[in-house]
Design a protein around this ligand. Structure first.
Ligand code: NAP
Length: 340
């Protein structure tokens, strides 16, 4: 890059955007995993000295992170104090390619005045679609039905494989945020009778959606479907435990698209085994990946998807692009698009 161009950039920081020339090759960006959509890599490589971590491990990240100005984080590797320390004092920005931030030491980054972004919004539809899929699959015993086909135990009798209706039901949303609202909007087409939700405060969006604000306990006891779509925090960790499942209807279906840590899995397994609740549909669990001999995999009334919430070509691409744009904004001294 010529000195004239570098000088111009100081006066007109937008020049680099229009010419798609490196804005500042002296700035270094590390992408934490090797599976990030190309669009993000191209955007960053065009501007900065960009390195992609080729192996998705903490060790590999630690070996490459020293001296970076920005870190592009996908959820696969936890961004903890070791990595923040190894990066060094010049680290100015962490762009998380996720809505959830439970994988990132946000408190420590904030303490050091390091900017943080995430990717809310662009993933709502894809995650809400998976929530609907899990709700229907668990309610209509899809896994159990499939097992009957595989085992040649498909019988025809009137009471065989009866499930639960969404029509006329009460659906409880634990965490009426962006994804929770997208779930309600989708489920409205299924003739649900009543939507209820809980959280720290009643929300305007809840009123607009015609959803009633309840306490957690009220929601558990009144809902036919309980859908978890809140973040994993010290407060929400294992909030769905044996006690919570006992407060739910025996006919109810539990769905989790938030994080596996929201659930005490021992309590859930007991509830599913003893018919304390009817069924569960889980996109997230502990650990991930879950091994095939895990108890949750064996339960016929538990429908699992392997954390597919955002896993569509378009959504992952949009998340990657937004993360890269946030990093570019931070390194150009501009306002982040989706700051944390
Ligand atoms: P969001 O817009 O920030 O909404 C989160 C909602 O949870 C807020 O409305 C918050 O409201 C509520 N909440 C927080 N603590 C709560 C509690 N103790 N009880 C009930 N509600 C509580 O976030 P989002 O974009 O919808 O994402 C939600 C979560 O989904 C993420 O944090 C992430 O873990 C998960 N997620 C999963 C996937 C997947 O692939 N399965 C993909 C994306 C995101 P109040 O604070 O007012 O209560």
């Amino acid at each position: 890059m010529s000195y004239t161009f570098v000088g111009l950039l100081g006066v007109f920081p937008d020049v680099g955007k229009h010419f798609r020339l490196p804005l500042n090759q002296a700035k270094k960006v590390l992408i934490s995993t090797n599976d990030v959509p190309m669009i993000a890599i191209e955007l960053l490589e065009a501007r900065y000295n960009t390195v992609v971590n080729d192996i998705n491990t903490k060790e590999s990240l630690l070996a490459k992170v020293a001296g970076v100005n920005a870190l592009f984080c996908s959820a696969k590797v936890k961004l903890d104090i070791d990595i923040i320390n190894a990066a060094g004092a010049q680290l100015e920005m962490v762009g998380a390619m996720s809505a959830g931030l439970d994988n990132i030491d946000v408190e420590e980054l904030k303490r050091r005045n390091i900017k943080i972004s995430n990717t809310p919004g662009v993933l709502n539809a894809a995650v809400a679609d998976i929530a609907v899929l899990l709700t229907l699959a668990a309610a209509r015993r899809l896994r159990e039905g499939r097992i009957h086909i595989e085992n040649n135990t498909w019988t025809s009798n009137h009471k065989w494989m009866l499930g639960r209706d969404l029509k006329g039901s009460t659906v409880g949303i634990v965490g009426l945020g962006e994804i929770g609202q997208a779930i309600v909007k989708r489920l409205k087409g299924f003739e649900v009778s009543q939507f209820v939700y809980c959280g720290h405060r009643e929300k305007l969006e809840g009123k607009e959606l015609g959803a009633e604000f309840l306490t957690f306990d009220e929601l558990l006891s009144q809902s036919d479907f309980v859908i978890a779509s809140c973040p994993l925090t010290p407060e929400t960790k294992e909030m769905f435990n044996e006690t919570a499942f006992k407060k739910m209807k025996r006919t109810s279906v539990f769905v989790n698209i938030g994080r596996g840590g929201l659930v005490d899995q021992t309590g859930l397994i007991k509830a599913l085994r003893e018919d304390t609740i009817f069924a569960a549909g889980l996109d997230v669990m502990v650990p991930e990946p879950l091994s095939s001999d895990h108890e949750l995999v064996k339960l016929p009334n538990c429908f699992l998807s392997p954390h597919l919430g955002t896993a569509t070509y378009q959504t992952r691409s949009d998340m990657a692009k937004l993360t890269a744009q946030n990093i570019i904004a931070a390194l150009s001294g501009e306002k982040l698009i989706t700051p944390v």
